[in-house]
Design a binder for this molecule. Structure first.
Ligand code: FRU
Length: 500
């Protein structure tokens, strides 16, 4: 359990942040002997991106984290870029004298000799003490390819049917697959993506997972998650797409048209996310976490001691929707322990009218809202969150357009980048006339899971700490609130239950 009190301006109170300094991608998430590990791209000597290390934290519940010493440091092969960790249950690597142990597979980043061309090669490190200490493999790197300058972010998993390890790797704007029986020597099997999906940036941080289709009695599909880097021509910046299809242990095939693009998140701040190894929910759902920032402005966000947070950990599944099979994301239910039950409020069957505010008098800077409404005669219905006389973050639904949107144009500090203040939206069809929103607000973020995770919007916001008002509004006519729950959330830090 984390005991340090951390409460600087904007410091998230229930999202993972490093104690100090810069963080980007989540790395090496693995579950082993009752512990969830989270490693992350870390610059221990500065609050902007720099020589990359792997920071490390451990949790028993995905909510509270204990910070650990740095796991991997740059060495003669270069900086430590993104990658994964697996449990080598049968000691296929020979690192563990026959016992299970943890193996990290990551990118070593340096430069070609006598050149400033970046060189990216894959390497191993291993731990036989549950991730507390790590040894670099003496024959690093284990995989190189001079043809690709961008050649990184290995995600490795065991393929039970084929009885081999599979590595999915980003190579330029493609994903490549390699296989191995010992994690040390890797054979190329196939490449995916030349003409598929979005190529509006370099491909990074791929992940390949099998996910259950909800309510289908153990049917599943393979999902290839691919983050795509920032490009000055696109206001969205860095974002994450996914493909749904089949994987036979060697080759991935896309079920959808090559030019169809599926986005994991319609906000601006969910990047480089991947899933935990060696753990799944009883129905096969997988656990995911993303970096809650965007390369467009990540180095400029207005925090002091540290920079960047992770998203809430989420469960990933597939659902058959009216537009086809889609990935759905839900916050892990473990976060319910943070609800301040005595201060929770609930409403049901309320008619709201333009000009009224059901939430007048409520205040909060970290809370959960669960709302189910029928827009009725309203043109627009939604929330103004983290409000003051001058600030508000808008989460709204436009009935005719069937669009869910977030506007952070007036959400707080935004001058650090001209494209931060913005509005973005996603199509969201009502289900039997109703829209369901599950919203998490923290000191510097908002996450919306709409219609049980079918559409997700994750955004950073930087409101003044005094902007704590809430409003539920409707425009153009009456709407019906079938259910509304408001749960203030405790901080994950030690003073959580003490009066503020
Ligand atoms: C993605 C990324 C990865 C790389 C890492 C470097 O955000 O660019 O491709 O390994 O960050 O920190």
């Amino acid at each position: 359990m984390t005991t340090t009190i951390i409460d600087e301006k904007y410091r998230p109170q229930f999202h993972f942040t490093p104690p100090a300094n810069w963080m980007n991608d989540p790395n090496g998430m693995v579950y082993f002997e009752g512990e969830y590990h989270l490693f992350y791209q870390y610059h221990p000597n500065g609050t902007t991106w720099g020589p990359m290390h792997w920071g490390h934290a451990i949790s028993q519940d995905l909510v509270h984290w204990e910070h650990m010493p740095i796991a991997l440091k740059p060495d003669h092969n270069g900086f430590i870029f993104s990658g994964s960790v697996v449990v080598d249950w049968k000691d296929s690597s020979g690192f563990f004298d026959g016992s299970p142990g943890l193996v990290a597979i990551f990118t070593h980043a340096d430069q070609y000799p006598n050149s400033d061309r970046p060189r990216q090669r894959q390497s191993l490190a291993y731990s036989s003490d549950k991730g507390r200490s790590w040894t670099m493999y003496e024959n690093n790197p284990v995989l190189a390819n001079e043809a690709h300058t961008d050649f990184r972010d290995p995600k490795v998993f065991w393929h039970e049917q084929k009885q081999h390890w599979v590595m999915v790797l980003a190579a330029g704007d493609r994903a490549q697959f390699y296989v191995s029986v010992d994690l040390k020597s890797w054979t190329f099997t196939s490449e995916f993506g030349m003409a598929e999906g979005s190529h509006e940036g370099v491909w990074e941080c791929p992940d390949l997972i099998e996910l259950p289709i909800e309510g289908s009695d153990s049917q599943s599909k393979w999902v290839l998650i691919v983050s795509i880097g920032d490009h000055p021509d696109y206001p969205e910046g860095s974002r994450t797409q996914y493909f749904i299809g089949e994987f036979d242990g060697m080759t991935f095939t896309n079920d959808n048209d090559a030019d169809s693009v599926l986005w994991l998140d319609y906000g601006r701040d969910n990047y480089a996310g991947v899933t935990w190894s060696d753990v799944q929910r009883p129905d096969g759902a997988r656990l995911f976490i993303g970096w809650m920032s965007n390369w467009k402005y990540s180095n400029l966000t207005p925090t002091q001691a540290w920079r960047s947070a992770m998203t809430l950990p989420r469960e990933l599944r597939l659902r058959r929707t009216s537009s086809g099979i889609r990935v759905v994301q839900q916050p892990v239910p473990e976060f319910q322990v943070l609800r301040e039950q005595v201060q929770s409020k609930q409403w049901s069957g309320v008619t709201i009218r333009p000009g009224e505010n059901l939430l007048a008098g409520l205040k909060g800077d970290r809370y959960e809202l669960i709302c189910e409404f029928e827009a009725g005669l309203a043109d627009e219905i939604g929330f103004h969150l983290r409000t003051s006389d001058t600030e508000k973050t808008v989460v709204g639904y436009q009935t005719a357009e069937r669009k869910l949107f977030v506007s952070r144009s007036d959400s707080g500090e935004s001058g650090f980048h001209r494209q931060f203040a913005c509005t973005h939206d996603a199509l969201l069809e009502p289900l039997e006339g109703r829209i369901r929103l599950h919203i998490f607000v923290d000191h510097s973020s908002i996450e919306i899971f709409a219609n049980d995770g079918e559409v997700v919007i994750t955004d950073q916001i930087f409101p003044d700490p005094s902007s704590v008002g809430l409003e539920l509004y409707t425009r153009g006519g009456e709407a019906t609130i079938h259910r509304l729950d408001f749960h203030p959330l405790q901080s994950i830090y030690a003073y959580a239950s003490m009066p503020r």
